[in-house]
Write a protein that binds this ligand. Structure first.
Ligand code: SF4
Ligand code: SF4
Length: 434
C-alpha cells in the first residue's frame, strides 16, 4: 500500500497527491534516458519523469532493484533455496487457473482471467479505476492504447492481447488531472518493466490502495512494424491475425478475425525473428520474465499442455501476497474461475543440459555466425514440435526451461554489448558488493 502518516486512530489517511513539477517528455521523443534499451514504458511521458533514475528498469542498477523492491512490496525477498521461488519469485501459492467456458467475460477477452478479475475489482468497488490496455482502433486490435478505465464496459472493450511494447505508465498522469482526482484505489495491469517503474513511485501517486496484476512477458516486438514482420514470418494470412502466443506445444498459435487458429511449429518460421531486429533491445536486457513485483501474475508457461485452443487453455497464476489473494478470493466460489488445488507439476526430459543446445542456434543467428535460412520441411517441423512436446520438459519444468533460456541468452547478449561487468552470477548464499 502507498505509505502515509498514521493517525491517532491507527488508520492511515491517504497520502496527499501533488503533481510533480517535471515536464513530461513528448511522445515522439527519439532518445529516452535509457537510450536504445528503453522499453517505451511511458514513465518518461509523465510528470514523474524527474524520478527516472530510480524508476527505470534499465538505468543505474537496473533490474537488480527487484531484490530490494521484493522486500518492500511483499515483505520479504524470494527464497533462493526454494526452486519455485528462485524461478517464479515470491509466492504465497502457485496454482493452475482458468475461466469457466460459459463465464467468459466477452468475445474480445483472450483467456478471460485478467479481464474477469479486473471487471470484478471495479464491480465490487475495490477499485475506482483500472489501468489496462485497449486496442488503438478496431482495425488494429494488437496495437496498444493504455487507458484508465472507470467502467466495466471500458475494461471489457479492452480485452485481447497486444504483443508489443506499450506505454502503460503514461495514463498515470491522469491521476494528477481533474479526470483522475477522485481515483483513490487503482488496479494496474502490466508487465515487468512497467511494474518496476510503477513500484518505484507508488508512494507519489496519492492512492489509498494499489493492486497490481500482471502477465509473464518475454521477447516483445519493438513496434507495430516489427510485429507485422514477425507475423509475416509465422502466418499464411498475417493481415487477418488478431493475436498470437508461443504455446507449450512448441508452436506459435495465431488467432484470426474469422475465428480460425493457425498452429505454426517454431522450427518452421520463414524468417527467424531473432536475427531480424524484431525483438526490442530492452527485452534482450530483461530479467523479469515472471513479473516479480505484481501482487498476482498470470501466464501460460507453467500450465501443462492440454491441447485445444490457446484462448481456452488453462493458465497458471502466482499469488504473491495478501492483495493477490484478495483478487483471487473475489472470484473464487463465484463459478467464474477454476483454481487448481496444488502447484502445476513438472516432468519430462530433465531440463539440465538441454538449454545450451536450444540456445546455440539462436545465438549463432543473432551474432551472424549463421545466416538465416528456411526451416526444415513442414512435416519435419511438425514432428520435431510434437516430439519435444511429448518428451521435453512439461508444466513447471517447461516454464523453468523457458526462464533459463531467456536469462542465459540475455546474459550473453549483455556481455556482447560490453555490459558484462553489470552482471554477477552468484551461487545461492553468495552476495555482491554492488
Ligand atoms: Fe523512460 Fe521507461 Fe524508457 Fe526507462 S524504459 S527510459 S523509464 S520510458
Ligand atoms: Fe518489458 Fe521485459 Fe516485457 Fe520487454 S520482455 S516488454 S523489457 S517486461
Amino acid at each position: 500500500h502507498a505509505s502515509g502518516q498514521e493517525s491517532s486512530t491507527g488508520v492511515q489517511p491517504p497520502p496527499e497527491r501533488k503533481k510533480p513539477k517535471a515536464k513530461p517528455m513528448p511522445q515522439d521523443t527519439r532518445v529516452y534516458p535509457a537510450k536504445d534499451l528503453c522499453s517505451k514504458c511511458g514513465f518518461c511521458n509523465t510528470s514523474l519523469v524527474g524520478k527516472v533514475q530510480e524508476a527505470c528498469a534499465f538505468l543505474g542498477e537496473g533490474m537488480a532493484k527487484i531484490d530490494r523492491l521484493e522486500e518492500k512490496v511483499h515483505g520479504r525477498q524470494r527464497r533462493l533455496d526454494v526452486e519455485d521461488e528462485l524461478y517464479f519469485g515470491v509466492a504465497e501459492a502457485i496454482r493452475p487457473i482458468r475461466v469457466v467456458a460459459e463465464r467468459r467475460p466477452s468475445k474480445r477477452a483472450w483467456t478471460g482471467v485478467i479481464t474477469s478479475i479486473a471487471c470484478e475489482m471495479l464491480r465490487s468497488g475495490r477499485v475506482d479505476a483500472v489501468l489496462c490496455v485497449a486496442s488503438a482502433s478496431p482495425d488494429k486490435p494488437m496495437e496498444p492504447r493504455p487507458i484508465l478505465a472507470r467502467t466495466v464496459e471500458e475494461v471489457l472493450a479492452s480485452g485481447g492481447v497486444k504483443p508489443t511494447l506499450s506505454p502503460n505508465i503514461m495514463p498515470l498522469e491522469l491521476l494528477f488531472s481533474e479526470f483522475g482526482r477522485d481515483i483513490k484505489r487503482l488496479l494496474f495491469i502490466g508487465v515487468g518493466c512497467q511494474v518496476q517503474a510503477l513500484r518505484a513511485v507508488e508512494a507519489d501517486l496519492g492512492l489509498e490502495s494499489l493492486y497490481v496484476l500482471g502477465t509473464n512477458c518475454v521477447d516483445n516486438p519493438r513496434d507495430g512494424e516489427a510485429l507485422q514482420r514477425f507475423l509475416r514470418s509465422a502466418s499464411e494470412t498475417p493481415e487477418t491475425a488478431t493475436g498470437f502466443e508461443f504455446m507449450q506445444d512448441n508452436r506459435i498459435h495465431v488467432k484470426h478475425r474469422d475465428g480460425r487458429y493457425e498452429r505454426v511449429p517454431i522450427f518452421s518460421l520463414k524468417d527467424p525473428h531473432t536475427c531480424t531486429g524484431v525483438i526490442a533491445k530492452s527485452c534482450y536486457s530483461c530479467h523479469d520474465y515472471v513479473n516479480a513485483l505484481t501482487d498476482l501474475t498470470v501466464g501460460y508457461m507453467a500450465a501443462p499442455w492440454e491441447g485445444g485452443k490457446m484462448t481456452e487453455h488453462a493458465q497458471y497464476c502466482v499469488i504473491r501476497n495478501q492483495r493477490g489473494r484478495e483478487m483471487i478470493d473475489l472470484l473464487e466460489g463465484s463459478g467464474v474461475l477454476e483454481l487448481g488445488e496444488s502447484a502445476p507439476e513438472g516432468g519430462g526430459f530433465p531440463r539440465d543440459g538441454i538449454i545450451g543446445g536450444v540456445l546455440k542456434p539462436e545465438l549463432d543467428l543473432a551474432f551472424g555466425r549463421r545466416q538465416p535460412k528456411e526451416g526444415p520441411p513442414r512435416w519435419l517441423a511438425e514432428f520435431l514440435s510434437d516430439a519435444i512436446t511429448v518428451l521435453g520438459p512439461h508444466g513447471a519444468d517447461f516454464a523453468k526451461a523457458s526462464i533459463d533460456r531467456a536469462t542465459l541468452r540475455n546474459i550473453v547478449c549483455a556481455r556482447a554489448e560490453g555490459q558484462g561487468d553489470r552482471i554477477a552470477i552468484l551461487r545461492p548464499g553468495e552476495k555482491t558488493d554492488g
